[in-house]
Design a protein around this ligand. Structure first.
Ligand code: WTA
Length: 672
């Protein structure tokens, strides 16, 4: 069986042509030395340890978990009853204790936990904060007490809709401390996204900011929350409190019945709050992500397994070492899983300062990133291919004028990285001296599942290389048979791992249907992949109706529903199309109501409409109006054909099932 990726982006297109890729970059002794010494120092060592982690998962993970503090020990390491896994069964702990308290108790309270840089103001000077573990512990404890004072108890879900301010990390840790699960909503999402998520999670408390700075403008977060609360009230759901952190001092409406000022509330709280003893399997957080059907699904992660896996994967993949002058910078927003795992939970337990920034990569200038690296002497940069492609376009001179010599390791995440971008990253940012780790993983996997180890794995541009410890990844056919080298198939994971999702909140059937029914007994990642002769993995793109736009997952159906909710639209079909910077762009084929008039103004209005429902990242890059959509005789929209049309390719596919050949001809002709 061979699987054609549904969205051949520039990245995946080069992946396919990369059957010939033969550039190999072996780790060097100098790199290992600059990283403070290797955890895993050779490919042979990796192979031995990886084999052991699969043969004896209980022994392997017990050893890893012994580096964390547990309030009561586990009775068994793992219990697996497919698709339900339990890790560190019977143990209690608290992730906040392991991320913060432990370091203070060990005498490291004065060391820097979080470095934060705000968006530079018109004078060009950014606000910078260094927060030590000791300060973080006090801030988190106050916030935890504040949440308690609002009636939040263990098991509640607290919604966080904030900008990239340190208080977001504080709020997450405060929830974890008292055993409330958090549900972080990306600040770029509009009110309807808040409504869906708060309803689904039955969440009654939200923490927000008045606004967030982005490219010199204010994103009106509180206004979106107010709107969402009105919509929720209309749906019969009451939000009891909305805690508001002042950041931008924009005008906001204050509703004394439910609005609470973060600063005033926290100021009155004690800076001591005991950590709740959490069962290893208790819910740590919900994080909503797009799927191929319906509304976003709330991915459930539990305390113990997620804690152990994210911190261990961060340590191994980035070769993190405390007290070695390392500064780790993951450029993601905390609204996505990358920020959860590799800004907050995976990094803090390793006692390496984690850098958080507010704003955008190209404001006030195209060199914001390089300025940040030079200013804070960043040693580890973890960013997305879409950003790298943008930097390439903006010009080599921007990184060239800054001192990037502190960098020791580069990481990539979120989408396939095309070899051109990989090589540019290596040369212009890493100055040919830094290992690059291309980490494949998902909201559902909690942490890296396929990734090089920087001092062990020879890297090949465009490949995420080999499975992480404990991960039994394979490329299989529909029956679960492993496929030979260089054959495209389904990416699966055949054994449980500690940070795997524990379900979709409130939807058992969807959990089973999405991940566990297509190939029996195996976790289906939803990506196509192949392995090369070395056994290295090459991700070929999603096999479902999810598209990856600038590293952000979007369900094509979500965009279609958003379009159809506009009165001018009768029917819409959305597919991915190649895009130089975003990897995949959004193409929408729209048939209009008889009264609507096709025009550029309507296209612009539809783009804004989609942004209002799903956020600016979901705006179609191309809209084509069409009389009707090409369908099979059974009425299914022929998406593959639309993808070819969107990509400007001539389709040599069999179109004999087309209901009306004229539709195809019309679509080709009617260009934007
Ligand atoms: C894609 C982000 C290729 C993939 C951490 C996956 C990647 C989806 C890579 C998950 C990579 C992520 N190479 N593709 N290194 N990393 N992906 O849940 O399609 O936002 O299924 O998690 O991003 O996106 P999510």
């Amino acid at each position: 069986m061979s699987i054609t990726p549904p969205t051949p982006s520039p990245a995946s297109a080069s992946v396919v042509s990369l059957l010939k890729e033969d550039r190999v970059f072996a780790p060097t002794a100098a790199q290992a030395a600059s990283l403070g010494g290797a955890y895993c120092g050779s490919l042979d060592e990796y192979r031995v340890q990886h084999a052991r982690s699969l043969a004896d998962p209980a022994g392997f993970w017990a050893e890893v978990a012994a580096d964390f503090e547990w309030f009561t020990p586990w009775t068994s390491v793992v219990e697996w009853n497919c698709p339900d896994a339990k890790w560190f069964v019977g143990a209690t702990t608290n992730i906040c204790h392991n991320a913060v308290d432990r370091h203070v108790l060990d005498g490291h309270g004065h060391e820097v936990a979080i470095i934060w840089e705000g968006e530079p103001m018109p004078n060009g000077v950014p606000e910078v904060r260094h927060i030590s573990y000791g300060e973080l512990l006090e801030d988190v404890s106050r916030c935890a007490n504040a949440l308690k004072s609002l009636g939040v108890v263990k098991g509640d879900v607290v919604t966080l809709y904030m900008g990239m301010v340190p208080e977001l990390a504080v709020a997450m840790l405060a929830c974890a401390r008292i055993g409330a699960a958090h549900s972080v909503i990306f600040g770029g999402f509009p009110a309807p996204a808040i409504v869906d998520r708060m309803l689904d999670a039955a969440s009654r408390v939200i923490i927000t900011c008045d606004g967030a700075w982005r490219r010199g403008s204010v994103v009106a977060l509180k206004q979106n929350v107010d709107h969402a609360i009105e919509l929720l009230a209309a749906a019969g759901h009451t939000v009891s409190h909305s805690v508001v952190l002042r950041r931008t001092d924009n005008d906001i409406t204050w509703n004394p019945a439910r609005d609470v000022c973060w600063k005033e509330l926290n100021a009155t709280m004690s800076s001591e709050c005991e950590c709740e003893a959490m069962d290893s399997e208790d819910l740590l957080f919900l994080l909503y992500t797009s799927g191929s059907t319906g509304k976003p699904k709330g991915i459930r992660h539990s305390v113990g397994g997620y804690m152990v896996y994210t911190a261990f994967s961060a340590q191994q993949t980035f070769n993190l070492r405390a007290s070695c002058g390392q500064v780790f910078w993951c450029t993601a927003d905390i609204g996505w899983v990358t920020g959860h795992s590799y800004i907050v939970y995976g990094i803090l337990p390793n006692r390496v300062p984690t850098l958080m920034y507010e704003g955008a990569p190209n404001f006030p200038g195209d060199d914001r990133f390089w300025e940040i690296i030079a200013r804070h002497r960043v040693t580890h940069l973890y960013t997305a291919p879409t950003a790298i492609r943008a930097f390439m376009k903006w010009g080599d001179e921007h990184p060239a004028k800054h001192d990037l010599s502190t960098l020791k390791l580069l990481g990539s995440v979120g989408e396939p990285i095309n070899p051109e971008a990989w090589m540019w990253y290596r040369e212009h940012i890493g100055h040919d001296a830094c290992p690059i780790v291309d980490t494949f993983w998902q909201t559902e996997t909690g942490g890296h599942v396929i990734t090089p180890l920087p001092c062990a794995t020879p890297t090949v541009p465009g490949s995420c290389t080999l499975p992480f410890f404990g991960i039994d990844a394979a490329v299989v056919d529909e029956h679960g048979n492993e496929l030979p080298a260089n054959t495209g198939g389904l990416l699966v994971i055949r054994k449980p791992w500690p940070a795997m999702l524990r379900g979709i909140h409130g939807d058992r059937a969807r959990f089973i249907d999405t991940y566990w029914s297509r190939v029996e007994g195996m976790y289906l990642a939803g990506d196509g992949a192949r392995r090369d002769d070395r056994g290295y993995f090459w991700i070929m793109g999603r096999i479902d109706d999810v598209i990856n736009v600038s590293g952000h997952r979007l369900g094509t159906m979500e965009v279609e529903s958003a379009l159809v909710s506009h009165p001018a639209v009768v029917e819409a079909a959305v597919v991915g199309m190649p895009h130089d910077i975003k990897g995949t762009g959004i193409a929408a084929f729209v048939s209009l109501a008889p009264t609507a008039i096709a025009s550029d103004a309507l296209k612009a209005a539809l783009r804004e409409h989609v942004a209002g429902v799903l956020g600016p990242i979901a705006k179609p890059d191309m809209i084509r109006f069409t009389q009707s959509l090409p369908k099979t005789r059974s009425g299914k929209i022929m998406r593959r054909l639309l993808r070819d049309v969107a990509a400007g390719r001539d389709s040599n596919q069999d179109t004999t099932t087309l209901e009306d050949f004229a539709v195809l001809a019309a679509l080709r002709g009617n260009d934007e």
